[in-house]
Design a protein around this ligand. Structure first.
Ligand code: GRF
Length: 204
């Protein structure tokens, strides 16, 4: 049984999808720790409601990124974390954190990467006039949403969409795709060929 730490900053709907899908009998993994860096993050409520050890670790007042990440690493190691899922965690991680979990930090991004990395991806997609957007599950590296892509799902962009309607449509597929990818990852199905990575058994 793999132990997953989820890092979040906001609503935590992806955290909820992971809990609902993974913290069930016969799962290859469980969410065993939730950490948020924002006091008002609803993710904290969701973690506590699910009976999962849940911590608020503020980054404010800890201007030194490395110190902050050292704290996070200590906490995650204390809880014997096997791998990490970012779920709306609004901090870019450095090598200090990533070296503690090599190829073991996943993220969900609300666009078909490499298009529209960074913040406000649905708005970026609307401005560009693309007709398909979607979400991406990727491994995290030191860049902003630049790590190896593991899985993607597309949704249509409709003529009358605004950022909210498009985000909502993307989130619906995130909630399906992220748990699916995390399960495969937990089963040890990560493969790589040269610089490209795959989840064995994943299909769109
Ligand atoms: C998601 O849309 C995810 O793609 C992005 O941040 C959002 C988090 O939403 N990284 P939630 O907090 O999981 O509801």
């Amino acid at each position: 049984m793999k132990r997953i730490a989820v890092l979040a900053s906001g609503n935590g709907s992806n955290l909820q999808a992971l809990i609902d899908n993974l913290n069930v009998p016969d799962s290859p993994a469980e969410i065993s720790l939730v950490v948020a860096n924002i006091a008002s993050a609803h993710a904290l409520v969701r973690g506590r409601k699910a009976g999962i050890p849940t911590f608020f670790v503020p980054h404010e007042g800890r201007e030194d990124r490395q110190n902050y990440e050292t704290l996070l690493v200590q906490l995650l190691q204390e809880y014997e974390t096997d791998f990490v899922c970012l779920a709306g965690f609004m901090r870019v991680l450095t090598y200090r954190f990533l070296n503690a979990f090599p190829y073991r930090v996943l993220n969900v991004h609300p666009a078909l990467l490499p298009s529209f990395p960074g913040t406000h991806a649905p708005s970026q997609a609307l401005r560009a006039g693309v007709k398909l957007s979607g979400c991406t599950i990727h491994l995290v590296d030191e860049g902003v949403d630049t790590g190896p892509i593991l899985a993607q799902a597309a949704v249509p962009v409709l003529e009358n969409d605004n950022a909210d309607t498009l985000s909502a449509r993307i989130q619906t597929v995130e909630h399906r795709l992220y748990p699916q990818a995390v399960r495969l990852f937990a089963e040890g199905r990560l493969r790589n060929k040269d610089k490209l990575f795959f989840l064995d058994g994943w299909s769109p």
